[in-house]
Design a binder for this molecule. Structure first.
Ligand SMILES: *Cc1c(COP(=O)(O)O)cnc(C)c1O
Length: 231
């Protein structure tokens, strides 16, 4: 089941990329395995999936020890600064750096580990009071500050737009994130990358996000099925 779902999603990624004249290689699929056990991650990995998304640091810690070392974890949840040490040691990318204080904590622990880490700045592009992320007009300052931290590599922006019943309604938010990233790139704020990453799009709307330039899509339900509530 999981293997078939991954194939199906990959086919849809290819289709959306082709439709917008982009190469499939530009889009990385993150399989969001939050609230599923390590056995599920192993099954998906056996089907060729490398990147997994988690939103609780304790879950990353637990699963990391049970899966092959090639498996990579992207952190996509709210990260408390007091969990930065574990995140620095276990994750391959933190997509949700929404404040300088968190960046500073991560940087400190990364220095101690003699390691650099790829991060994204999380932006609340739809200005939704239910969503985390820096406000659009704070993005420049945040990206600039994070860029000064030596052990962080600021690769781009991530967003979770307001929930919409219809995927097409998310398009404007995806477009706005791309335009914002382009503006910041023009100002030289992503010196470490050729072009900034855009992490946007989930099970219901990743095809629209790809048409608007997503380089990372985060897909959970469409691969693994319905999640159980957190107990
Ligand atoms: C849970 C989650 C996803 C995956 O959502 P699905 O609708 O299950 O694909 C993507 N991004 C973030 C930040 C999430 O927390």
């Amino acid at each position: 089941m999981i293997a078939e779902n991954i194939q199906l999603i990959q086919a849809k990624i290819n289709e959306a990329a082709a439709k917008s004249g982009r190469s499939t290689d530009e889009v990385k699929l993150i399989a969001v395995s939050k609230r599923f056990p390590a056995s599920v991650v192993k099954e998906a990995h056996a089907a060729g999936q490398i990147f997994f998304g988690e939103n609780y640091i304790q879950e990353v810690q637990l699963k990391k020890d049970q899966v092959p070392p090639e498996v990579k974890f992207h952190f996509i949840g709210h990260l408390q600064s007091n969990k930065a040490k574990i995140a620095a040691a276990t994750c391959d990318m933190i997509e949700t750096v929404d404040r300088y204080k968190l960046g500073k904590s991560l940087d400190k622990h990364l220095q101690a580990l003699d390691k650099t880490m790829d991060i994204l700045a999380q932006i609340n592009i739809g200005d939704d009071s239910n969503k985390a992320g820096a406000k659009k007009d704070e993005a420049e300052e945040l990206v600039k500050q994070l860029g000064d931290l030596p052990n962080l590599r600021v690769c781009g922006l991530m967003t979770m737009p307001p929930f919409e019943q219809e995927a097409e309604l998310s398009r404007i938010h995806f477009r706005n994130l791309r335009l914002l990233a382009e503006q910041l790139a023009d100002k030289g704020l992503f010196p470490d990358v050729k072009s900034p990453d855009l992490s946007m799009g989930m099970s219901g709307d990743f095809h629209i996000a790809i048409e608007e330039g997503a380089t990372i899509v985060r897909v959970g339900t469409a691969i693994f099925g319905q999640r159980l509530p957190r107990s």
